[in-house]
Design a binder for this molecule. Structure first.
Ligand code: FES
Length: 190
């Protein structure tokens, strides 16, 4: 299968390489670029990253399969990752998952018929003090209950916000700051 990346993506990666003494340091950014363009990281994408960074394909694949932020297959336009580690597990992650299952009528990792949602359990997302929480695309939503999650999904369906904050906005992975929440949904906390 042929695989290609746009000239723009290659240029962005090149600029990133200039920031580091070793191109290996850009591996995670390169994976994000592949994911942004293709919505998934296939074996061909892994090889492209390997060529770009000088890291062997097997080591690139180790990163892809270890971190849940990298997608090995296409998912819904909004992918909900529910943390199930200790704090979130104790504070109700299971109830959030039950709600998602009941509402979306698909199993974890599957996509709803309209292509809008998918969901899965993930391990600690580093926001344990505001458990239970989930990450939707690149944006955190915290102190959740099934009712708040319902309101959130209702709004996403209605407003179709851009919850991606990644390479196109300069700071790769900056969604982890939670900036997206205030930026996208304004001063309307749930
Ligand atoms: S336990 Fe859920 S964010 Fe850490």
């Amino acid at each position: 299968m042929s695989f290609s990346m746009s000239a723009e993506a290659s240029e962005r990666l090149q600029k990133l390489k200039e920031r580091y003494p070793d191109p290996k340091s850009t591996v995670m950014a390169a994976l994000y670029l592949v994911q942004e363009e293709h919505e998934e990281i296939t074996n061909e994408g892994v090889h492209w990253v390997s060529e770009q960074t000088g890291i062997s394909p097997v080591h690139v694949m180790e990163l892809v399969t270890f971190y849940t932020m990298y997608r090995r297959k296409k998912l819904g336009k909004y992918h909900v990752q529910v943390c199930r580690t200790l704090s979130c597990g104790l504070c109700g992650a299971k109830d959030l998952m039950s709600y998602l299952h009941e509402r979306l009528h698909v199993e974890p990792g599957e996509i709803t018929a309209d292509g809008i949602f998918s969901y899965e359990y993930v391990e600690c997302l580093g926001s344990c003090g505001t458990a239970p929480m989930c990450e939707i695309n690149d944006t955190y939503f915290e102190n959740l209950t099934p009712e708040k999650l319902k309101q959130l999904l209702d709004r996403i369906e209605r407003e179709k916000p851009d919850l991606s904050l990644s390479t196109k906005r300069d700071a790769i992975g900056s969604g982890l700051t939670g900036e997206g929440y205030s930026k996208v949904l304004g001063d309307k906390p749930l």
